[in-house]
Design a protein around this ligand. Structure first.
Ligand SMILES: NC(=O)C1=CN([C@@H]2O[C@H](COP(=O)(O)OP(=O)(O)OC[C@H]3O[C@@H](n4cnc5c(N)ncnc54)[C@H](OP(=O)(O)O)[C@@H]3O)[C@@H](O)[C@H]2O)C=CC1
Ligand SMILES: Cc1cn([C@H]2C[C@H](O)[C@@H](COP(=O)(O)OP(=O)(O)O[C@H]3O[C@@H](C)C(=O)[C@@H](O)[C@H]3O)O2)c(=O)[nH]c1=O
Ligand SMILES: [Mg+2]
Length: 298
C-alpha cells in the first residue's frame, strides 16, 4: 500500500515519518518543494503523478494570528488545496485522510463538542479550515476528517516549545486562563492515523466521516503551561513563575474560542482509538528537549 503524505515536515508529518514503515506500507513524502499548496492544482498533480493507494494531508497554514492578515494564502492552503486533494482521490477511487481543528467552533458551548455540533469559526484560520472540511466532504465520500487540537511535539512551532523558550528567558509569564481545550501530542495523532491505515491494509473499508481526536483532560492554556513547567521542574535556568491572566490581558490579532474541548467518544466507539494521554506526552517531550539542549549547551 503506497501512502502519499502532504506536510511531511510539520509536527504531525514528522511523527508520521518516524513510525516504522515497510512491511507492505510505503510512505511517499510530498513537501513544499514537490508541491506548493498555495498554487492551484499542485496537490492534484502530485496525486495523479504518484497514483497512491491512500492520501494523508498533514499540511496546513497554521499561523493563527498571521492568518488574519493573509486570508487568501490561508484559504488557498487550508481550503482550496484539500478540496483539490479530495477531488483527485475521488478520480482515483482512493480514500483520503485530512486533519482539521477545534478552532472551527465558536467556543460558546459549555459542554465538550461533538462532531455534529454547529461550527462557527471566530478567526480567519478557523474559517479557512472549516472551508477545507466542507470542500473535502463535497468532493469525495470516502474521506476521514480528524479534528484535533492544541498540538505539541519536539518539532516545529508549538505552545510547549514556546513555553520552554520563554521560561528560560523570563522570570514571570502571564498565560490566559479563560480559554479551555485539549492538548494533543502529534505522536498521538500519528498513532491514530496509523490505526486507520492498518485497518485499510487489512482490507477493511474506511469508516468515513468526521472524528474528534484530542487529549483526554481539558485544561486552560494556563493549566497547559503549568503542566509543562512542572515537567521541566528545576531544569530551566533561573526558574519561572506562571501567572493566570484573562484573554483581554493578552491581546492577539486572532480571536480564539473560549471553550474548544472536544469529545472523543465517536472515534473510540468506531475505531477503538483512545484519547491522548497528553500529560505523559508532555513529560516525555520536555525530557527529550531538555536533554538535547543540555547536550548542545543551548
Ligand atoms: N498545530 C496545532 O496546534 C493544530 C493543528 N491542527 C491541524 O493539524 C494538521 C497538522 O498540523 P501541524 O503538524 O501542527 O502543522 P505544522 O505547522 O507543524 O506543519 C504544517 C506543514 O504544512 C506545510 N505547508 C504549509 N504551507 C504549505 C504550502 N504552501 N505548500 C506546501 N506545504 C505547506 C509546511 O511546510 P514547511 O515545513 O515547508 O513550512 C509544514 O510542514 C493541520 O491540518 C492543522 O491545521 C489542528 C489543531 C491544532
Ligand atoms: C506565548 C503566550 C501565549 N498566550 C496565549 C495566547 C493564546 O490564547 C494561547 C495559545 O497561543 P498560541 O499562539 O501558542 O497557540 P495557537 O497558535 O493559537 O494554537 C492553536 O493553533 C492552531 C493551529 C490550532 O488549530 C489550535 O488547536 C491551537 O493549537 O496562549 C499567553 O497567554 N501568554 C503567552 O506568553
Ligand atoms: Mg501558534
Amino acid at each position: 500500500m503506497r501512502i502519499l503524505l502532504f506536510g511531511p515536515n510539520g509536527q504531525v508529518g514528522s511523527e508520521l515519518r518516524s513510525l516504522p514503515w515497510g512491511d507492505g506500507l510505503e510512505l511517499i513524502p510530498v513537501g513544499r518543494n514537490d508541491a506548493d499548496l498555495s498554487a492551484d492544482d499542485a496537490a492534484a498533480a502530485a496525486i495523479h503523478r504518484e497514483k497512491p493507494d491512500l492520501v494523508v494531508n498533514a499540511a496546513a497554514y497554521t499561523a493563527v494570528d498571521k492568518a488574519e492578515s493573509e486570508p487568501d494564502l490561508a484559504k488557498a492552503v487550508n481550503a482550496d488545496a484539500p478540496g483539490g486533494m479530495a477531488r483527485a482521490c475521488a478520480d482515483l477511487g482512493i480514500p483520503f485522510i485530512h486533519i482539521s481543528t477545534d478552532f472551527v467552533f465558536d467556543g460558546t458551548k459549555s459542554q465538550p463538542y461533538d462532531e455534529e455540533d454547529p461550527t462557527g469559526p471566530v478567526s480567519v484560520y478557523g474559517q479557512s479550515k472549516l472551508e477545507g472540511e466542507e470542500a473535502v466532504r463535497a468532493a469525495h465520500a470516502d474521506h476521514l476528517i480528524l479534528r484535533t487540537a492544541w498540538v505539541f511535539s519536539p518539532y516545529g512551532n508549538n505552545f510547549l516549545k514556546t513555553m520552554l523558550r520563554l521560561g528560560a528567558e523570563r522570570d514571570e509569564l502571564g498565560i490566559v486562563d479563560d480559554q479551555r481545550g485539549c492538548p494533543t501530542s502529534a505522536a498521538g495523532i500519528a498513532c491514530a492515523i496509523r490505526i486507520v491505515i492498518d485497518r485499510l491494509k487489512a482490507g477493511e473499508p474506511m469508516q468515513p466521516g468526521t472524528y474528534h481526536y484530542c487529549g483526554d483532560e481539558p485544561v486552560t492554556w494556563f493549566g497547559f503551561a503549568s503542566a509543562i513547567f512542572e515537567a521541566a521542574a528545576g531544569r530551566l535556568p533561573g526558574g519561572v513563575k506562571v501567572k493566570p491572566i484573562g484573554t483581554s490581558d493578552y491581546p492577539t490579532p486572532a480571536r480564539r474560542p473560549a471553550n474548544s474541548v472536544m469529545s472523543c467518544a465517536k472515534i473510540r466507539a468506531v475505531y477503538g482509538i483512545e484519547p491522548d494521554d497528553w500529560r505523559r506526552e508532555v513529560s516525555r517531550i520536555v525530557d527529550r528537549l531538555l536533554s538535547e539542549s543540555s547536550k548542545t549547551g543551548e
